[in-house]
Design a protein around this ligand. Structure first.
Ligand code: BV8
Length: 237
């Protein structure tokens, strides 16, 4: 059984929990309906904070009503099984939801931030946040009003945890990407880094990703089916 596994998850792992994906080949993702440049950039927030906050309020409310699915639970089992055998799972997610944690994953790297946290643009404090967020809210830390924003990484901002991610990639003996379209960098480049280190790579996805040719193995299907089956196989190896 591989000892140190690196798993990158994307919106597809949460799709069956009712959280929308961003891009798909049918043109039904969130970014087909809404322009990411008007909702997910620091410039958009500076220009029109009300609209940006309302977009994230809606997604936060959806998230609070969602539940983890079989794919999230299987990845929590994988972490526990590797831990028992002296190995580790590096679970890196581009998702801003908390469904991996709610399924029992203990260590999750949220490289694009977390929707259930708010960050102050004035003092940089990060706080848990489950309510709607308005420009009138004052930062609980520094008291400044109008500076709180969702703790998410927007286009043009530096993703979180890149040092940890780099170390985990170099240590891995198996790389898997689950439910991600391979369209957003730097996450879409991790598979090439793993390959460069000689690590076997596996894609689990509903439709082939943009970077599908970089994977040694491909398993197409719904994450709630493919991920539990893959985890059982890996744990049994
Ligand atoms: C950065 C935030 C510098 C919160 C998001 C040109 C070339 C290369 C790069 C760039 C370029 N121009 C600009 C860039 C950089 C840019 C980028 O990549 N742009 C792209 C669009 C070209 N990247 C950035 O700006 C990043 N920052 O580069 O900083 C830097 C870099 C390194 C070191 C230092 C500095 C920041 C990117 C962060 C963007 N934040 N959102 C939010 O609102 O959510 S983007 C958004 O896309 C999501 O948040 C998500 O995190 C991300 C990735 O999407 P996926 O998770 O892959 O989801 P998607 O919908 O696309 O795909 C779903 C998949 O699931 C599909 O494959 C589908 O088939 C599958 N699926 C569906 N259902 C199921 C399923 N699979 C299994 N089962 C199912 N049931």
């Amino acid at each position: 059984m591989p000892k140190n596994i690196f798993v990158l998850t994307g919106a597809g792992v949460s799709a069956e929990s009712g959280l929308g994906t961003f891009r798909d080949k049918r043109g039904e993702g969130v970014w087909a309906k809404f322009d990411p440049m008007k909702l997910a950039t620091p410039e958009a927030f500076a220009r029109d904070p009300e609209t940006v906050l309302a977009f994230y309020d809606l997604r936060r409310r959806n998230l609070l009503g969602a539940e983890p699915n079989a794919a999230h639970f299987a990845l929590a089992r994988l972490e526990a099984a590797l831990g028992q055998r002296g190995g580790s799972l590096a679970l890196v997610t581009q998702n801003i939801d908390d469904l991996h944690e709610r399924a029992g994953s203990r260590r999750v790297i949220h490289m694009h931030g977390e929707l259930l946290k708010a960050r102050c643009n004035a003092c940089a404090a990060v706080r848990p946040w489950r309510d709607d967020l308005t420009v009138a809210h004052a930062c609980p830390e520094c008291g400044r009003a109008g500076a709180l924003r969702p703790h998410v990484v927007w286009f043009g901002e530096t993703p979180l945890g890149l040092d940890l991610i780099g170390r985990a990639l170099r240590k891995a003996d198996l790389f898997a990407a689950i439910g991600t379209s391979g369209a957003v960098y730097p996450a879409a480049g991790f598979v090439a880094e793993a390959r460069a280190c000689g690590v076997p790579t596996c894609e689990l996805n509903l439709e082939a990703a943009d970077n599908a040719d970089l994977f040694d193995e491909q398993r197409l299907g719904a994450a709630s089916e493919t991920v539990p089956a893959w985890v059982e196989e890996v744990v049994g190896r």
